[in-house]
Write a protein that binds this ligand. Structure first.
Ligand SMILES: [Cu+2]
Length: 150
């Protein structure tokens, strides 16, 4: 038994080194494409944000919050239609499976950006960062578009 235990300990150490946190630090981040903010048709203290988030990394990732210097707060929302009535609910976590592409679009998942620090006009680009569950962040510039955009 005296020789088995150190061997087992060495195996365990090797397994731990292989499984984390080195992998969480491989530098791979999800990519954010076609990011835009929908300017409301009238002055309102909130805008909706849309984008396509692609996880090209070989492991699951998740978005757990969002932040922008240009807004008082940013939440991740999901719109669902229940009995013909459109409702929004906050999503605390957006899972991104390896290879998945998740679309934030009108009528579905979206960012809700509240209390803009300054008036925004079409063409403005606003940086928004998405915080990942592993503690890292990914930032994208969201372009402001008029309400009629899709
Ligand atoms: Cu919303």
């Amino acid at each position: 038994m005296k020789t088995v235990l150190p061997f087992a300990a060495a195996l365990l150490a090797a397994a731990m080194a292989a499984s984390s946190p080195a992998r969480a630090d491989d530098g791979c981040l999800p990519e954010i494409h076609d990011a835009w903010l929908r300017q409301p048709p009238m002055a309102m203290p909130m805008l909706a944000g849309f984008a396509r988030i692609e996880n090209g990394c070989g492991r699951p990732l998740a978005v757990v919050s969002a932040h922008s210097e240009a807004f008082g707060s940013v939440e991740l929302h999901e719109t669902t239609v229940v009995d013909g009535v459109s409702r929004m609910r906050a999503m605390p976590r957006l899972a991104l499976a390896p290879g998945a592409s998740v679309e934030l679009k009108p009528g579905g998942l979206h960012l809700m950006l509240m209390r803009p620090a300054a008036a925004l006009a079409p063409g403005d680009a606003v940086p928004v960062s998405l915080r990942l569950e592993d503690g890292r962040s990914v930032e994208a510039r969201f372009e402001v578009r008029a309400a009629t955009s899709r």
